[in-house]
Design a protein. Structure first.
Length: 118
């Protein structure tokens, strides 16, 4: 189950997604460190590691068999708000609703670019 809502009061600004794709919920449980690697002339490499940041997280909110109402809601949220609150299994996050689309299998996807933990 995934909850998504606007940061300000909006009677239409929240939704619970109770039919997310299992594969999508697994991909939301991912994290990366900010690391870059540069090759050196001696054949080795130098790593520049600036640590882990929750701001690198991307959350994919999905709903199987999306209705036209759900798609219209996604369009409204992405088009109206620059920040939203998203609650997933591992926590609550604030982020930007980056995009929405419906794939060929009828699954609604909303991509949230996380900026911070809530």
């Amino acid at each position: 189950m995934i909850g998504l809502s606007s940061m300000v009061f909006d009677i239409l600004g929240n939704r619970i997604f109770d039919k997310p794709l299992y594969k999508s919920t697994l991909s939301n449980e991912k994290g990366e460190r900010r690391v870059s690697r540069t090759a050196t002339l001696d054949g080795g490499a130098v790593l520049y590691d600036t640590g882990y940041a929750v701001g690198d997280k991307i959350i994919d909110v999905t709903e199987r068999d999306a209705t036209s109402v759900a798609v219209a809601w996604a369009k409204y949220i992405v088009g109206t708000y620059n920040t939203v609150l998203v609650c997933v299994k591992d926590g609550a996050y604030i982020g930007a609703p980056h995009e929405y689309y419906v794939d060929s299998k009828g699954v609604l996807h909303i991509t949230i670019l996380v900026t911070e933990e809530a």
